[in-house]
Design a protein around this ligand. Structure first.
Ligand code: SP5
Ligand code: ZN
Length: 347
């Protein structure tokens, strides 16, 4: 398996996020990717390569030009508000909920940031754009490797991507790497792509990007949004709209669900993907389903991740694995690499 490693990932280094009115240290931190890289080295799972930079046009296949422009310039505008801001994470000050207008961008930066943000948990920092862009490069490169005949590719990058939509960030995510990979596969000749999202949290960004389309099937297993982030999307009755009707499948499970229930959902997801008959598969690989994860309430054990990789291998399609969530830093490497090894050694 080829790994596309984002050497710039540590440039995104948030100081804190808000949780119940308090600033708490960021869960999404550079040590996460370090843990996975170290385990990849120990297990010798194939070459680790640096991606080629892709043109911004590739990102515009998924994200709006206005949003990309905002992200690229955000840090310098934040610092322009007040030079002292250089030592502080950027957060929005206002959000345009329902009856407020979102068609006119305010000039004030912290207010404008609210237009592109969905939560108070996602700090924007000096290196966020560089890290996110290089991560997107990894995703597009991984998709390209599949088109060139690789059976599997892994994107080892942070920040993650699946909560980011066409024009917003949140949930620690800025650019939607899984969506960028899927779109590149299509642009390079694939006819149909399935995305399976196994992060603990619903991939609201990915779902919203492909909700009206039938060339990308989105299937997600996640904690029920009634009680878990992202709260406002991910219910079972969201099946897609227009041409996309029937091409979105959500399999929410109550927080605290058993591992057996989780694997039953995985089987349902895989059967749907099999009937869709995609040319390639993209996996949003979050391992915050782990029993020891500090954010989450599922119960998967490290050995379960080998089984996941094996089951995904049985789909028999070229597969790109995109690193998403997972916050039990010590076990993160083993859990992620177990999925990849299960995929490699199956069949
Ligand atoms: C990619 C990804 O996994 N994003 C998840 C974003 C979740 N943000 C909300 C975090 C809520 C913090 N809850 C702390 C519980 C401490 N016991
Ligand atoms: Zn997650």
């Amino acid at each position: 398996m080829l790994t596309f490693y984002n050497e710039q990932h540590a440039q995104h280094r948030g100081r804190h996020e808000f949780f119940r009115g308090e600033q708490v240290p960021c869960f999404e931190k550079p040590e996460r990717a370090d843990s996975v890289l170290a385990e990849l080295g120990r297990r010798g799972l194939g070459r680790i390569v640096t991606p080629h930079g892709v043109p911004l046009m590739s990102l515009e296949r998924i994200h709006t030009p206005r949003y990309l422009h905002f992200l690229r310039n955000a840090w310098s505008e934040w610092v322009a508000l007040d030079p002292a801001n250089a030592q502080k994470d950027a957060f929005p000050s206002v959000w345009p909920v329902r009856t407020l207008r979102s068609d006119i961008e305010p000039e004030n930066f912290a207010a404008r940031m609210g237009l592109y943000s969905m939560d108070s948990g996602t700090p924007l920092t000096a290196g966020t754009w560089t890290a996110a862009k290089t991560g997107a490069d990894c995703a597009v490169n991984a998709a390209h490797a599949l088109r060139l005949g690789e059976r599997g590719a892994f994107v080892l990058s942070r920040p993650p991507g699946h909560h980011a939509g066409a024009d917003f960030f949140g949930g620690y995510c800025f650019l939607n790497n899984a969506a960028l990979a899927a779109q590149h596969l299509l642009d390079d000749g694939a006819r149909k792509v399935a995305i399976i999202d196994i992060d603990y949290h619903h991939g609201n960004g990915t779902q919203s990007i492909f909700y009206h389309r039938d060339d990308v099937l989105f299937v997600s297993i996640h904690a029920d949004p009634r009680n878990e982030y992202p709260f406002y999307l991910g219910h079972a009755d969201e099946r897609g709209e227009g041409a996309g009707h029937g091409y979105n499948m959500n399999l929410p499970l109550a927080a605290g669900s058993s591992t057996q229930a989780w694997f039953t959902a995985l089987e349902t997801a895989c059967v749907r993907i099999g009937s869709f008959a995609p040319d390639a598969v993209v996996v949003s690989l979050g391992v915050d389903t782990f029993v020891g994860d500090p954010l989450s309430r599922f119960a998967l054990q490290s050995a379960d991740y080998l089984k996941i990789g094996e089951r995904l291998a049985w789909l028999g399609k070229p597969t790109a694995f995109i690193f998403e969530g997972g916050y039990a830093v010590k076990e993160l490497g083993v859990n992620v690499v177990n999925v990849l090894e299960g995929y490699e050694t199956a069949l």
